[in-house]
Design a protein around this ligand. Sequence first.
Ligand code: SAM
Length: 416
Amino acid sequence: MTDPRFVALKALMDVEAGGNSSQVLDIYLKKVKPRDRGFVTEMVMGVLRWRGRLDYAVAYLSNKRLEKIEPYVLNALRLGIYQIEKMRVADHAAVKETVKLLAAPWKRAFVNGILRAFLREGVRYPGREDPLMYLTHTLSTPEWKALRWLEEFGLERAEALALYYNSPPPLYIRVNRRKTSPAQLSRRLEREGIKTKACPESPFCLKIVQGNPRETSALREGFYYIQDRASQLAGLMASGLAKRVWDPCSAPGGKASHMAEMGLEVISSDISLPRLKLTLGNFKRLGLRIRVFVADGRKPPVRGEFPLILLDAPCSSMGIIHRAPEVKWRTTPRGLSQLSKLQRELVKALLPHGQKLLYVVCTQEKEETEGTLEGFPTLPLSPPAEGILEKRGNFLFTQPEILQSDGMFYALLTQE
Ligand SMILES: C[S@@+](CC[C@H](N)C(=O)[O-])C[C@H]1O[C@@H](n2cnc3c(N)ncnc32)[C@H](O)[C@@H]1O
């Protein structure tokens, strides 16, 4: 199985069956030649990001309702249209190679017909004069999310957010300053073809400007950790609040290791043993000794109080849909309310064990932010650098499309 389009189609089917796009890609990329890996990744992630728009095009051109099209055939159509519209693939190759993915002659004819109609007639996508249709179909945003963005921010920012989240995400690394300095690491990475740029708000953060930092010897040797700049801000804020911290939702250890690298005494736990094993691997690679245990944060197995608890709560991940685009199609307002309930249980159970609690989530949905914290006493929280985060009362939000980061939320809680 080495045809890149076939591999992309299989990967899309696995994600549709419930898989996580990055994990599915990790498996499938091993099945193609190294030179085809970028092509497969772009097809899979691109189709997932633009699924709403691609489905609009299929519905526009097909005489069958979308629900009546077999998922494998529909994914082949999405792949074909995506290549024609968004990639530098010759039209005839996109059509011919996509049609080849299907065995049954009638399916080939169906896909061929739609792709040729797309080339011949194109699709008239909704324009900005109908903001909801425009965001939902043209910019591939779930309707409930489009409505929220429009209500909260208006069309201009909603459009900017949709475009940002539909683009490949920027990549950042956190320099392990126990082993190296940003300047030294930059030079070392440059020798491996990776160019970086400093982030002004943090002496740990480098932006990847060119190259792939996921497979270097420096990563294996623990010289850095791949972590979004917004996630690094949580560690920076924690380091200004206490010298000893419990991280009860710790896996895979991104923030815990950052805090330990900055000299904080960190205690790490998580409900998931498999994820804690990953965490231990990360700590070892980074050269850190951190105490780890399995625990459900809703039933804290500790006595007494910590100066600080960093609660990086389980959430919808709606702030990282540029990295995990399948999330936006799976999330529903009802699911957000259920997550908020779990987050409230965690806050309620943990708060008596921390003089302060820094609540962090990679989502900006109202249920999981203000909703979760309703009724809990909060304190003002200072951002690590002026002007990089949006303040709303005591709460801090990233503006992801401006900071070029994940969509995150931060709040500081205290006992009554
Ligand atoms: C957002 S992730 C944490 C990421 C981590 N802090 C980092 O920076 O790498 C949320 C974590 O919460 C854990 N979790 C979910 N429910 C939990 C519970 N009831 N108690 C403790 N951990 C829980 C999940 O296993 C997951 O590892």
